[in-house]
Design a protein around this ligand. Sequence first.
Ligand code: ANZ
Ligand code: ZN
Length: 816
Amino acid sequence: MSEAYDFRAIEAKWLPRWESAKAWAAPRVPSKEKRYVLEMYPYPSGDMHMGHVENFAGIGDAIARFWRMRGFDVLHPFGYDALGLPAENAAITRGIHPRDWTYANIAEFTESCKRLAISYDWDRSFASSDPEQYKWNQWLFLRLLERGLAYRATAKVNWCPKCRTVLANEQISSGYCWRHEDTVPEIRDLEQWFFKVTDYTERLLKDMDQLDWPDAVLTQQRNWIGRSEGARVTFTIAETGDEIPIFTTRPDTLYGVTFFVFAAEHPRARALAARAGKEREFTAFVDEVRHATEIERLATQRERRAFDLSAHAINPLNGEQVPVFASDYVLMEYGTGAIMAVPGHDQRDFEFAQQLGLPIRVVVEDPDGNPADTAHEGEGVMVNSGPFTGRHTTEGRPEVIKYVEEQGLGRSEVQYRMRDWLISRQRYWGTPFPIVYCETDGIVPLAEDELPLRIPDNVEYKPTEDEVPTLASAPDWVNTICPKCGGPARRETDTMDGFMDSSYYFLRFTDPHNDDEIFDSRVADAWMPVDQYTGGIEHAVMHLIYARFMTKFLYDMGLVSTIEPFRRLMNQGIVKKDGKMMSKSLGNVVEPAEVMDRFGADALRIFILFIGPPEDDYDWPEEGADVVVGAYRFCERVWRLVVDNLDALKAAGTPIGSTDLRRTTHRSLGNITERYERFAFNTAISEMMTLQRGLSAATGTPAAELREGVEVLLHTLAPMAPYLTEELWERLGGAGSIHDRLWPEADAGLAAVERVTMVVQVDSRVRDKIDVAADISEGDAVTAAKASPRVQEHLAGREVVRVVARPPRLVNLVTR
Ligand code: ANZ
Ligand code: ZN
């Protein structure tokens, strides 16, 4: 009876050794070609779940370890995105201080990472809630302020009564709070801090061509930036002479304007209402509109709130006068807050016209014939359009713009959907703003040596029924003196959005404990950009836009020489159970700790990569943790392969010649390597399993050949099963750690697949001879046969009714 596979003993033996050797520490600057591998750092809201296991211990660690064995200097850091709402919500429901809750979770999460043997450089680890880290949020804020990129403005904000905080527009899904799906945010007016990301729109768009990112993410970014080309055209109110510019993407439809619409919040709309003696009704109308969310306002197929302003707008192109309304479907924040309405060619205008019985005029012919119940929004030949009649819209559009410009009626213009980044949060557990408000000096920045301005610790964090503590709950902290005049001043009681922390943490990881600078530029330049970034598709816009913005800002400051932080991005799939995301509240969680207790960390690591391509979702089967037994058995078979043959393997010399087993080994190595390179980890594992079976069955072969195969198996399995391979490598008498070794190279001669000539017949007559691999599959042989041009010529479109395939020598296509 051979020695049993005791993963517990193996884990207990190696983990402390790797820890004390700091086995995964990256050099300060790389001396070899570098690779920077990063997984989006997690919010520590509890212990690790299976999604984290997949991203961190599966994908990220397999890549980092593979690249290390390929001879690169690898930076693979880890930390925690630890400021933000969940800590306060936990504090509210459990009566525990946000800090205590956060750091307890971090300790637990870190233990799980270590048990999983994820190759993180732990000396670089930090939490964004560490004052030494959020100091740099404050420092960056001051740099943005100096350059006019941080500013204060009154904004209509979305206030969630349950979170008791302001939500960003992107934190609202289908009109509800992103965290409280039954709560519609209220609208409030507040003075807020913004970052001017809109100064970077063109660069954010243009530099996308450098990114090797999934198309879905690039598309979301493009839509979020929302670039529209069009024109600004000025209309005049007949009754008052007010000149009102509008933004349109379709100046070629100017002859189809039949009415004019203001956003409810537009100041000229209120003035016109007052002029018509309708101010009271108008105020009620505006109040109602402000309670609708932006998403609701832009939706088609709903009743629109309309207010007749009893005025007329003059179309500058044809002098026609059209009625003027205010409505909720025009947004104050986009374009100019007023539109020319073309119901013939804009669906929202069409629906508004139908609702109010306004005229609809066709000025672009629909090539497919215009159905009466929709607007034709596409291109076509211009009709009823004065001198432009007969032109195609694609030509007419620039001509109209040119005419408008010549006549001084307007100009061409580009508009963006993207707004400035609202950075203020009315929360306690966030980064305090490094400024004071002084009665005489206004906004006064703190000096650098006063940073970090810490979150006041003396607040007894005790939420009550209807009030959550904020920084305002610490009056001795809020009331301070002005650094400039020494007079009384107040601190800002808002804190910064958590996306601030994640907008540059990847740069900070290159030099994480630098107290004098945000990072040493030489060090950052040596490691940047991140070569492989992995994280959820839910971060396609906010985080990835803000991180790109901040990198460009730091580039502009001359601190870093990369303009794009993440060269390559992967979105890992979601681990589900019963078709839903695993979650404690649904009770459908398979706990990583349970799996590790039963089968060991290596089995879990292998399993999580074996479930499918990393980008695909995975629905965990009924059996729960039991399914991992397959990966465990594979570990056990590898164990036995080595332990049962140990004496022979240790005595083995160098293999020679071209034997079957050697060819299998080298061909497998070639395949496995190629799959690692594509991050096709699941198929790499299948190939390793095939190799293991071949080796385990090869009893009686010379030990040297067996040893060669075993070494390939252990080396290629090392990035996925670090404990097992390290132990077996030691038992084999291998030198040093297997994780410090270089990836084996396949012998090209041995790995080469033999080629043979395959005869292709059509109705039993030879029509072609093609060169194929000797191990070609039946399916591939038939495909290759059908693809031959000569065969196709002889088939001449006739149907193949039967195929006789004898790969690799013969395929016969029978047509009758
Ligand atoms: C006339 C017109 C005719 C329009 C037509 C479209 C089609 P994008 O592509 O998203 O940039 N618009 C302009 N400002 C608006 C606002 N503040 N609120 C709501 N809608 C607004 O959309 C630009 C188009 O959206 C503009 O072009 C304008 O309608 C409308 F056949 O002008 B258009
Ligand atoms: Zn909420």
